[in-house]
Design a protein around this ligand. Structure first.
Ligand SMILES: [Zn+2]
Length: 75
């Protein structure tokens, strides 16, 4: 699937902190893979499964979101 990058896109990264999943409050440890939303500063853990779920949702929504963003920018 083609990835389109724009500023607020969520992405996979290694957690730099201990924290908890924004979806289910499962503990996230430093070094765990998370799906990170820079815009809302939400982190979804891979151990609890939220990250996978979110990533799938994001890829599904990408086409719709892109259309929305382009429609919004074009006046
Ligand atoms: Zn979770």
């Amino acid at each position: 699937m083609a990835q389109s990058k724009h500023q607020n896109d969520p992405f996979w990264m290694e957690s730099r902190y201990n924290g908890k999943c924004s979806g289910c409050a499962w503990p996230i440890n430093k070094g765990d893979w998370i799906f990170w939303y820079p815009k809302t500063r939400a982190a979804y853990g891979s151990k609890c499964g939220c990250a996978k779920h979110r990533a799938a949702d994001f890829e599904c929504a990408l086409a719709d979101e892109q259309a929305y963003v382009e429609g919004y920018v074009r006046r």
